[in-house]
Design a protein around this ligand. Structure first.
Ligand SMILES: [Zn+2]
Length: 146
């Protein structure tokens, strides 16, 4: 019985949504930043196209925006727990500054994850047709061969 890798694990590991084995990014690290978003054309494990169509990832701006908001909420929670926010001092401004800094530092990672999440929204596990891998070769005219 083949074990299906978990969706969450494959997203965190930035794996191909179709086979959850192949890596979505060429570089394991975000450094060098220039090559941070480099993706193989197809999954090395199953042949799933990483960019389904040209400009496919233009919509990821919304996803990374959503992730930035989620990170802000997360920061707000731990900041409230450890420091608290009061309108009587500068703590609100400290929080805003710290939050902007954290969101900026994590931006490369958020950009990567937004693509992973985005591709996962369109490609379900095991949905890739293996035949898609082979280039479509026109059938030779078999009628004249015999
Ligand atoms: Zn794959």
């Amino acid at each position: 019985m083949a074990q299906v890798p978990s969706l969450l694990g494959s997203i965190i590991g930035m794996k191909c949504p179709n086979c959850r084995k192949g890596k979505m990014y060429t570089n394991p690290s975000i450094f060098p930043l220039k090559k941070m978003m480099d993706m193989p054309e197809r999954c090395t494990e199953c042949g799933q196209k990483m960019e389904i169509e040209p400009g496919f990832y233009y919509g990821t701006g919304y996803v990374s925006y959503g992730l930035s908001i989620a990170l802000t909420v997360f920061n707000l929670i731990w900041y409230l727990i450890f420091f608290g926010i009061s309108f009587k001092d500068n703590s609100l401004f400290w929080f805003i500054g710290i939050n902007v800094g954290i969101v900026l530092i994590f931006q490369p990672l958020l950009m990567r994850y937004s693509r992973v999440i985005y591709l996962n929204m369109f490609v379900k596990y095991g949905s890739h047709d293996q035949q898609e891998e082979a280039p479509v070769v026109p059938e030779p005219d078999s009628g004249t061969q015999h």
